[in-house]
Write a protein that binds this ligand. Structure first.
Ligand code: ADP
Length: 214
């Protein structure tokens, strides 16, 4: 089994951007958001249960999940949120574990936005990498990226761990306050580190052999 790095961070912090750079360096990425999107495309495995639970109002014309409609429902009502998670999480977990166990990569980056909040994947994740930037930048990037309102982004942030708490749980931190080149430099340094970890693991060691993290 590959050495597993859990990559997380708040909305707009730069998780996808960091994962893309890891991927360009040849790292295998398992992205739970991407799996979630696939499950909620037209004909996706989660759609029948979602329609049964929430009705046809949450289905877009093309048969995929209407994300804006669903987001509204979920943020206005915690019960809806739990119900949606009850449908999606087991399916995402099943697909994630299946991809992980099939992987022949030395190490895998597992992208999980709520890794620390939900406490999932503890059995897989050997190190936690947090992508961090200050909150005003998070809001700016998240609103610019997909046209979400500032209020929506703030509502998402409220459902996520406060920044300091997230940082206190990290093994590794990438500060994404600069430009993409600075992000890339930090990813390259960690990639080298993670490759050496997976070599130690291949030699039969575990996290206790790693010495102090950078
Ligand atoms: P997340 O996956 O954590 O929600 P993204 O990686 O999608 O965040 O980044 C949010 C937005 O900010 C994207 O439009 C992305 O291109 C942009 N972005 C991320 N990091 C940087 C950076 N260092 N410099 C400029 N833009 C960035």
């Amino acid at each position: 089994m590959p050495y597993c790095i859990g990559l997380t961070g708040g909305i707009g912090s730069g998780k996808s951007s960091a994962a893309t750079i890891f991927s360009e360096l040849g790292t295998e990425i398992i992205d739970t958001d991407e799996i979630s999107h696939a499950l909620t495309q037209a004909g996706g495995e989660a759609m029948p249960s979602i329609v049964a639970a929430f009705g046809p109002e949450v289905v877009a014309d093309d048969g995929s999940l209407d994300r804006a409609a669903m987001r509204k429902l979920v943020f206005s009502n915690p019960e809806h949120r739990r119900r949606l998670e009850g449908i999606l999480h087991p399916l995402i977990g099943k697909e994630t574990r299946s991809r992980f166990s099939r992987s022949e990569a030395p190490y895998v980056i597992l992208v999980v936005p709520l890794l620390l909040e939900a406490g999932g994947y503890r059995d897989l994740v050997r190190r936690t990498l947090v992508i961090d930037c200050d909150e005003s930048q998070q809001i700016r990037r998240a609103t610019q990226r997909n046209g979400l309102s500032e209020a929506t982004v703030k509502a998402v942030m409220t459902a996520q761990l406060p920044r300091q708490q997230r940082l206190s749980l990290a093994d590794d931190i990438i500060r994404n306050d600069g430009d993409i080149a600075e992000l890339r430099e930090q990813v390259i340094a960690l990639h080298q580190q993670y490759q050496s970890y997976s070599e130690i693991k291949a030699g039969g060691g575990d996290k206790s052999d790693l010495g102090s993290p950078v």
